[in-house]
Design a protein around this ligand. Sequence first.
Ligand code: SF4
Length: 62
Amino acid sequence: MRADVDRDACISCGLCVSICPDVFEMDDEDISTVIVDPIPEEFEDCAKEAAEECPTNAITVE
Ligand code: SF4
């Protein structure tokens, strides 16, 4: 599984990092970025949850 963040859609709320800090991190511009590719199996559930909870649907998981 891979995750992707639409940088234009991210509003820097930090929710994905709170939900799944092993997959998402805020970068220098305070935009969420994916730090693992592919996502290790043990973090897939939290990555999916982050995608579902993102207020702007900026996260895609596939
Ligand atoms: S939850 Fe969505 S809007 Fe919030 S920081 Fe993460 S990607 Fe950006």
